[in-house]
Structure formats: structure tokens, C-alpha cells
Design a protein around this ligand. Structure first.
Ligand code: SF4
Ligand code: SF4
Length: 155
């Protein structure tokens, strides 16, 4: 009993390590690698990199992702598939990261924004593509000096 009391007495005077959340929100440091929520980055032109290929949806083990696409016609009359809605259910996500790893376009990432508590499960179902957003056109890759030179010689 005495040894137990001595430990209790000692703990009374040791420095407390409990974090006072949410009071410490301004100084809170969350690791960049922490997987809190799947997001689809958009640039300043409201463009994303998702081609609506559906690979992430196929690889998700529990049906957390629903990629809804639509078909449009280009100026030269070709049919093109594009993203309509990218629906993600944070409530069923296991944060396994398979969707991010297998996306061929690097269109989705995990953010470390962990403040997602809600009273309604429906609010955990999110559309990741922004309203009015569209696919970012791929810029032609500049050829290295030698290749560009070869092209000009063969032309
Ligand atoms: S992290 Fe895993 S469970 Fe969550 S959406 Fe991606 S593949 Fe599905
Ligand atoms: S997020 Fe990636 S894998 Fe998923 S549909 Fe878009 S491009 Fe395909």
C-alpha cells in the first residue's frame, strides 16, 4: 500500500502531459502524414486531375467511393468521359490509402484535417469535386535537347 501511495504522491507533482483541446487549437501540430479525410485538390482555375477512370472506386475495399461520370462531345465530335460527381463517405472510410496509391493521375490525397465530428451521418458523405470544376488539360511535355534536335532533323 505504501508503495502505491508513494507513486500517487509522485504523480501529483510530475508535469502534466494532457493536451487541452480545443483550447490549444492554434498551437496544435498534426502530422502531415496523418490520414483524416480524402480530398481532391483543385488549382486556382478550379481544375482537378481526376479523369473519372474509376480505378479508386474499384480498389476501395468497402464501397466508400462512388465516381459518377458523364459523356460529353468535344468540338471535333469525339465522345469524352468526364467527372460529374466524386462522392466519398468519410463515415465508412478505413483510411487504408489504397485509393490514393492506385490513382494513376494523383488526383486525390489525404488531408490531415481531423475536425470532422458531426451529429448527422449524412454530413460525412461529401462531394470532392467542386461545383463548376473541370479536368486540367495536360500540358505537352517538353522534349530534352537531343530529342528535339532529332525531330527537327527528321522533319
Ligand atoms: S482510404 Fe481505403 S477505405 Fe477509404 S476511400 Fe480510400 S480505398 Fe476506400
Ligand atoms: S481519383 Fe484517380 S483513380 Fe479515382 S477516378 Fe479520379 S483519376 Fe481515376
Amino acid at each position: 500500500m505504501l508503495s502505491g501511495l508513494s507513486i500517487t504522491w509522485k504523480e501529483l507533482w510530475t508535469k502534466k502531459v494532457t493536451r487541452q483541446y480545443p483550447e490549444n487549437r492554434d498551437t496544435l501540430v498534426i502530422s502531415e502524414r496523418f490520414r483524416a479525410e480524402l480530398v481532391m485538390p483543385h488549382d486556382e482555375n478550379n481544375e482537378h486531375a481526376c479523369t473519372a477512370c474509376g480505378i479508386c472506386q474499384i480498389n476501395c475495399p468497402n464501397g466508400t467511393i462512388n465516381v459518377i461520370s458523364r459523356t460529353t462531345e468535344t468540338e471535333d465530335g469525339k465522345k469524352k468521359k468526364e467527372l460529374d460527381r466524386y462522392v466519398y463517405n468519410l463515415g465508412t472510410c478505413t483510411f487504408c490509402n489504397l485509393c490514393v496509391i492506385t490513382c494513376p493521375s494523383d488526383a486525390i490525397v489525404f488531408s490531415n484535417n481531423f475536425e470532422n465530428a458531426t451529429f448527422t451521418r449524412n454530413k460525412l458523405v461529401k462531394q470532392l469535386n467542386h461545383e463548376g470544376s473541370r479536368l486540367r488539360e495536360k500540358k505537352p511535355i517538353k522534349k530534352a535537347g537531343n530529342e528535339a534536335e532529332k525531330d527537327s532533323q527528321t522533319a
